[in-house]
Design a protein around this ligand. Structure first.
Ligand code: ADP
Ligand code: MG
Length: 204
């Protein structure tokens, strides 16, 4: 079982630890704000959850999505915000058992694609999240526990993140650089890997 609020708190902590790294990655192929964008957003989410604890997972995730859209800014704000809004809609009133979490994660990923139109190999957060969702679904279908399936999802996200290094960016600000985007790890794929790791940490 995953507590969605714990998931988001773990994500905020990981973003806090990696803020400088995310900003450095964005300095190379963007505008050096991904770390501060994400930190502002996840800190606001933690504050909002502390002020009022929404009664259901869906209500909590909806609040997370709305807060992220309002506070992250940049290209990634609406994308992460949409991810959580779609998660909320898919979760409904149910707790996050393995099947429900996988369904919500997939719905969130689909929301990012609907919003940002990224495809595999475009050098975006999609390149970390999509292999993670596939690994999660595959392992759960094989009968693995949620913890084991999320371990595999983290490994898949890390591999997807690392695979963005040789890619030429086709979406977002980095795409303006053309060939000069090659050789750098995508900041969004890096923060997205932390989102998957946070879910693994939040298993209760
Ligand atoms: P901005 O580019 O507006 O400064 P950020 O720096 O916060 O926003 O986020 C940049 C990240 O957003 C990129 O590294 C990439 O992973 C992600 N991104 C940008 N455009 C898209 C898109 N269309 N689909 C998916 N992810 C995207
Ligand atoms: Mg940026």
């Amino acid at each position: 079982m995953i507590d969605p609020i714990q998931w988001v708190r773990c994500f905020a902590e990981l973003i806090d630890e990696h803020t400088d790294e995310l900003t450095e990655l964005d300095a190379a192929i963007g505008d050096a704000d991904h770390g501060s964008n994400m930190r502002r957003g996840t800190a606001a989410v933690v504050d909002a959850l502390a002020e009022s604890a929404p009664p259901t997972p869906a209500a909590a995730l909806k609040q997370v999505g709305m807060t992220l859209i309002r506070t992250i800014g940049g290209a990634s704000g609406p994308l992460y915000g949409t991810f959580f809004l779609r998660c909320a809609a898919a979760a409904g009133d149910s707790d996050f058992d393995a099947a429900n979490f996988a369904k919500a994660f997939r719905a969130g990923l689909d929301g990012i694609v609907t919003r940002g139109k990224a495809e595999s190999g475009d050098k975006t957060m999609f390149d970390a999240l999509a292999p993670a969702a596939d690994a999660l679904d595959q392992r759960l279908a094989d009968g693995d526990s949620l913890a084991d399936a999320l371990d595999a999802a983290v490994v898949a996200a890390e591999a997807g993140r690392d695979a963005t290094i040789p890619m030429l960016a086709r979406k977002g600000r980095a795409s303006y650089l053309g060939e000069r985007s090659v050789g750098h790890q995508d900041p969004g794929a890096t923060s997205a890997t932390l989102l998957v790791l946070a879910a693994r940490q939040a298993i209760g």
